[in-house]
Design a protein around this ligand. Structure first.
Ligand SMILES: *Cc1c(COP(=O)(O)O)cnc(C)c1O
Length: 396
């Protein structure tokens, strides 16, 4: 079905599904089958060689998984899309597909904790040179890209301090040196930001977060031009980090409400950020939707909404956080984000648990930072909840 000209809310519901409906069902079936049977051996060979559409073995393709990939493909307006068992699998498989010993990658200090570990630990082991730049220092980024690199890897807004990278500016520079631009779009989602439309080559998602939206399945996504996605697919089909059909089904179901959820989460995060910014016990609020935020002007240019994620520091550091956080009633205290339920956690036990305190300090992540993923609850209830929890902290 061609849904290219439809709006995001319509695409969230319909995209990718129609070709996979069977038996007159209105929902995509979850196909639990490792192998696919052929009586016609010539047909089998043609499918195996990719000359005809079909399925051979579950590590390569699965109908439910393909329907999910088709849905994300339409929402990101990409030529092609493949999924992975986790977001980290999508990231590591993509980097491994395009980087060789002796290559050079330019990236930012504020990538997701696991991604940062790939840059700090695993790529150097393969003799790949990694230039780690200050996330908002665009001049330094341009300089490093200008020296020549194979891949420019970006994430915006970043986890957990919501820094914003100017995609237009960095993509332009990368094109000058022929670098492949990869953008982790997990925090923004296709509803708020479309890096491919700005010229990025590949977009990555941890589907575990907002795409799924219900904190019940792990998965990853890579979207882009067919010629690039095919290369990543080839790496994945051999190395094996495929998505399972049950998770694909959960993602398809979750994504039907993607547009609804994200709009509500945008609103809730904005309301919460405004409340926190004016609260005497809150020392810092990081949210690109706030006019006071360093990245606001760039965010305004490249995003259509500011997302459901924010972070803040409370007066008194980690000791105060230990008191404040358990007092929240409408928030899971968990290492997750992007779900319909509000979720909070300190980066030192969530996104950046893989990093040492020194590494977190170098990334500018205060030990007492609280990461807040706004759910779809009522904003007034979330604010009242934060207010009563902050009141538990003593006046100085
Ligand atoms: C969670 C996350 C990842 C990793 O995804 P998993 O599904 O947990 O492997 C990557 N990037 C960002 C921005 C994330 O929030």
């Amino acid at each position: 079905m061609n849904v290219k000209n439809s709006k995001m809310s319509t695409n969230s519901v319909w995209a990718g599904e129609r070709d996979y409906l069977a038996f007159g069902a209105t929902q995509v079936p979850t196909v639990f089958s490792v192998g696919y049977s052929y009586n016609d051996l010539d047909h089998w060979l043609d499918v195996a060689l990719g000359k005809e559409n079909g399925h051979i073995y579950g590590r390569m393709t699965n109908p439910t998984v393909q329907a999910f990939e088709g849905k994300v493909k339409e929402l990101e307006n990409a030529e092609d899309c493949i999924s992975f068992s986790t977001g980290m699998a999508a990231i590591s498989n993509t980097l491994n597909t395009f980087l060789r010993p002796g290559d050079r990658v330019v990236t930012i200090k504020d990538t997701y904790g696991g991604t940062n570990k790939i840059f700090l630990e695993f790529l150097p082991q393969l003799n790949i040179d990694v230039a780690l730049c200050d996330t908002t220092d665009h001049e330094m980024l341009e300089k490093e890209v200008g020296k020549g690199c194979n891949v420019l890897y970006l994430e915006t807004p970043t986890n957990p301090t919501l820094k914003v990278v100017d995609l237009n500016r960095m993509i332009k520079k990368a094109k000058e040196v022929g670098a492949l631009v990869v953008v982790d779009n997990t925090f923004a989602t296709p509803i708020n930001q479309n890096p491919l439309a700005l010229g990025a080559d590949l977009v990555i998602h941890s589907a575990t977060k907002f795409l799924g939206g219900h904190a019940d399945a792990l998965g990853g996504i890579v979207c882009g031009d067919k010629s690039l996605v095919e290369k990543v697919f080839h790496y994945r089909e051999i190395n094996g980090a495929c998505l399972d059909p049950m998770s694909a089904y959960l993602f398809i179901r979750g994504m039907k409400t993607l547009d609804l959820r994200i709009k509500k989460q945008n609103e809730n995060a904005m309301a919460v950020a405004n409340f926190l910014e004016s609260h005497p016990k809150v020392t810092d609020v990081f949210y690109p939707g706030l006019e006071s935020n360093e990245g606001h002007e760039i965010a305004k240019k490249q995003m259509t909404g500011y997302g459901g994620m924010l972070s803040f520091s409370v007066d008194g550091g980690i000791d105060a956080v230990k008191k404040f956080m358990p007092a929240l009633k409408f928030a899971h205290k968990a290492a997750n984000l992007g779900a319909v339920e509000t979720t909070v956690g300190p980066p030192r036990t969530t996104s950046h648990v893989e990093n040492t305190p020194e590494e977190r300090k170098a990334m500018g992540i205060p030990e007492g930072l609280v990461r807040y993923s706004a759910g779809i609850e009522d904003a007034e209830d979330l604010i009242a909840d934060l207010s009563q929890a902050l009141n538990k902290l003593e006046d100085k």
